[in-house]
Write a protein that binds this ligand. Structure first.
Ligand SMILES: NC(=O)C1=CN([C@@H]2O[C@H](COP(=O)(O)OP(=O)(O)OC[C@H]3O[C@@H](n4cnc5c(N)ncnc54)[C@H](O)[C@@H]3O)[C@@H](O)[C@H]2O)C=CC1
Ligand SMILES: O=C(O)CCC(=O)C(=O)O
Length: 365
């Protein structure tokens, strides 16, 4: 799940392996189903990956992104969908793991008809896959997708859904960070701590709001000028930098694309804690050894960022919003449990999180 490939490496991997033995598809448990969707009229090219349905239907968002190569899209959707199995299992939800990608630049290629066509493809899976938002998609897009299928969460409130999942995702990350702070610094008080928020899109902005409310100093970075401008207008006191990773941080909060926690970053970061919303943050599990040797605490991404899927599940199950929020706030205890297990068993936080997942999946089997 955490293996990242550069574009040329991904192309080589795809060319030299059969799809069934793709390195991101054959890890235990292997993917159940991958669907390639094309609609010539709207230009839609999408891939839906259903990783595992042992615990329930596969729920996960749709990412729209201008992948440099198709192989990058394949690798991304395989890793993201597997992460969803882990996320929902660890969060105690009766959901499997799935995710989808639409190949294209949302600013250029997204259209209502493309989203409706995509919704019709989601519908062909008959509920094995339930979609929601991710990078490059919004609740308004879910309304359009919802014209083609009922298997969609996080439509707008006006459209009959619960709206954007980003605030709940940010809340879960924030509570997970409090759990880490208590263990690393002996206090959950973030006053005066400097947090580098990388990516101030839907989740990053919400996280910055919580952090500034808790007295932390936020440093932000985002290559997308409109995101930077909206951020600067909302948080005039926060500093925007080109690169948060090399800054003097107490906490690094990756909230953009995955694969930023490399061995180099692990060996150099000034941060004592890494806790953010981005999916698939580590370039490989071995990065955790480097973090561990330097005493850097990493809260596994799929533990900290489960707020969105909890909201989407609550919406599907007709929970009250209060019940969903309580579940998200409970991520503080879950993250704490992972960190405590890692410390007592002398294993990495990633391994401690995988123990919870393995137990739930083995019960389902
Ligand atoms: N939306 C949600 O509820 C959830 C999101 N996530 C994950 O959280 C991350 C962020 O998601 P969203 O906020 O929804 O996406 P978004 O698309 O709204 O925001 C992402 C932001 O990151 C910026 N970005 C891209 N590359 C960057 C870089 N190298 N450095 C700094 N910023 C960069 C983009 O310009 C954009 O503003 C993604 O990895 C997503 O998969 C995980 C769980 C739920
Ligand atoms: O947050 C969502 O909207 C759905 C869950 C998801 O796709 C994720 O957690 O990455």
């Amino acid at each position: 799940m955490t293996t990242a490939h550069s574009s040329s490496e991904a192309t080589r991997v795809l060319a030299q392996t059969s799809v069934f033995s793709h390195p991101d598809m054959s890890i235990d448990p292997p993917h159940e189903q991958v669907v390639f969707c094309r609609d010539a009229e709207t230009g839609l090219r999408a891939i839906i990956a259903v990783h595992n349905t042992a615990l329930g239907p596969a729920l996960g968002g749709t990412r729209m992104y201008p992948y440099a190569a198709e192989a990058d899209a394949v690798g991304d959707v395989l890793r993201l969908s597997r992460g969803m199995t882990f996320k929902s299992a660890a969060a105690g939800l009766d959901l499997g793991g799935g995710k989808a990608v639409i190949i294209g630049d949302p600013a250029v290629h997204k259209s209502p008809d493309l989203l409706r066509a995509y919704g019709r493809f989601v519908d062909t899976l008959g509920g094995r896959y339930i979609t929601a938002g991710d990078v490059g998609t919004t609740s308004d897009d879910m309304d359009l997708i919802g014209e083609g299928t009922s298997y969609v969460a996080s439509k707008t409130v006006a459209g009959g859904g619960w709206g954007d999942t980003a605030p709940m995702t940010a809340l879960g990350v924030f509570y997970s960070l409090l759990a880490a702070a208590e263990r690393v610094w002996g206090s959950a008080d973030l006053t005066g701590r400097t947090v580098g928020v990388e990516g101030v899109g839907k989740v990053g902005v919400q996280l910055a709001d919580l952090l500034t409310g808790a007295g932390a100093t936020v440093l932000a970075a985002d290559p997308y000028a409109p995101a930077r401008e909206a951020f600067a207008a909302r948080f005039p006191q926060a500093r925007i930098v080109d690169d948060v990773r090399s800054a003097q941080l107490d906490v690094y909060a990756p909230c953009a694309m995955g694969g930023t926690v490399t061995e180099t970053l692990a060996g150099e970061t000034a941060a004592a804690i890494i806790c953010g919303a981005a999916n698939n943050q580590l370039t490989s599990p071995s990065v955790e050894q480097v973090l561990g040797a330097r005493g850097v605490t990493w809260v596994p991404d799929y533990i900290a960022n489960a707020g969105g899927v909890i909201q989407a599940f609550g919406e599907q199950q007709n929970w009250t919003r209060d019940r969903a929020q309580e579940k998200v706030e409970a991520l503080r205890d879950r993250a704490g449990h992972v960190l405590d297990t890692a410390a007592s068993k002398k294993i990495t936080c990633g391994d401690a999180a995988r123990l919870i997942v393995a137990e739930r999946l083995s019960q389902a089997r």
